[in-house]
Design a binder for this molecule. Structure first.
Ligand SMILES: NC(=O)c1ccc[n+]([C@@H]2O[C@H](COP(=O)([O-])OP(=O)(O)OC[C@H]3O[C@@H](n4cnc5c(N)ncnc54)[C@H](OP(=O)(O)O)[C@@H]3O)[C@@H](O)[C@H]2O)c1
Length: 317
């Protein structure tokens, strides 16, 4: 059994521990928090016996084989590197790190240390994405892709009052592209590879990060647009248009309803009877990688996603 300790005690770690209960290969070793009180509260909620407030002590523990890093994005690199150097496998929340160069460092260090570095990108492991991929051959030559994810963050209200909030803090790699646009970029790269070129535009909020953005991504014979926002809300679906049919789907992070519309108007609908809270699948994959599966393809998707994010950030106006 692989024993995993958690870093970060926000809602996502609670979701992670819930999902962990459904995974047979990994169990919770304990909880790290910067605060003793928060660590105790989380450990009580999780039924965990061990807590740490000293990260090095947690990383030195022989009771810990792996760590789940769910701290703000700007802290991931430093914490993941420390964990790798301590010989721990690392499941790091999306985006793994802010830049491709930083991820390359983690890849090299993980290889030297003989451990797995793995990004918890929900849609890459979700059965809804597998269902979407299986439908693509029905579409004929794919020409247009449009991926959208907009969800207004309650924390934006704090930004509007001038308060500093991690997820909108440029020093912690906050902002819409890193937080929510990354799902669109990762799915694009996963399904179609790295774009030949990107151009991007965004809306900057008071804290200095992007609150919303749009990207045009060019491929030979195909154009994709990505739309994402943390300051507005939208239920608009995403779609992939081929010369023979178009598939429309509801959630980029977890597709649950997929509708194929053919040129004659005929429709086929596929529904997945699964909760959109689907961290189980990425955790199961992490377990398989620790047990010996080759992580190269998983890691390359993360690297290519971050290279595309680098290009988007460089071209953003
Ligand atoms: N997969 C998903 O569906 C999903 C959903 C939401 C978020 N996420 C990802 O999860 C990560 C955390 O996001 P979040 O919005 O939950 O972040 P957050 O609330 O700002 O911080 C998460 C935790 O990190 C610790 N922390 C806070 N500020 C820190 C700092 N300056 N330095 C070190 N540790 C700090 C805190 O734990 P302690 O006080 O206990 O140390 C906090 O509970 C991000 O990478 C995000 O992209 C993923």
């Amino acid at each position: 059994m692989i024993r995993i300790a958690t870093i970060g005690t926000s809602a996502i770690t609670y979701s992670f521990v819930d999902a962990l209960a459904e995974v047979s290969t990994i169990e919770l070793a304990g909880v790290y928090s910067r605060s003793r009180e928060t660590a105790r509260k989380a450990a009580a909620a999780f039924g965990a016996e061990q807590t740490w407030t000293d990260l090095d002590a947690m990383l030195a523990s022989t009771d810990v084989d792996a760590v789940y890093v769910a701290s703000p994005n700007g802290v991931h690199h430093e914490q993941a590197l420390r964990a790798i150097r301590a010989g721990k496998h690392v499941l790091v929340e999306k985006p793994a790190v802010p830049t491709a160069d930083q991820f390359s460092v983690l890849l090299d260090e993980a290889k030297d240390a003989g451990v797995v570095i793995f990004e918890g990108m929900r849609n890459a492991y979700d059965p809804g994405t597998a269902a979407l991929r299986a439908l693509l051959p029905k579409l004929g030559q794919i020409r247009r892709v449009s991926l959208a994810y907009s969800q207004r963050s309650a924390r934006y209200d704090l930004v509007l009052t001038g308060r500093s909030v991690n997820i909108f803090d440029p020093k912690l790699a906050g902002g819409a592209l890193y937080d929510i646009g990354v799902y669109c970029v990762s799915m694009l790269v996963d399904l179609f590879g790295v774009p030949q070129a990107v151009t991007a535009s965004n809306v900057t909020v008071g804290s200095g990060v992007d609150g919303a953005g749009a990207v045009l991504a060019s491929y030979p014979g195909m154009v994709a647009d990505l739309s994402y926002s943390k300051i507005t809300a939208s239920d608009r679906p995403s779609e992939i248009q081929g010369e023979l049919a178009t598939v429309t789907f509801d959630r980029v992070a977890a597709p649950r309803e997929l509708v194929v519309t053919y040129l004659d108007g005929k429709r086929d609908t596929e529904r997945l009877d699964l909760s959109p809270a689907n961290m189980r699948f990425e955790i199961e994959r992490f377990g398989q990688l620790i047990e010996g599966d080759d992580p190269a393809a998983d890691q390359l998707r993360t690297l290519h996603t971050l290279e595309t994010i680098d290009a988007i950030r460089a071209s953003s106006i």
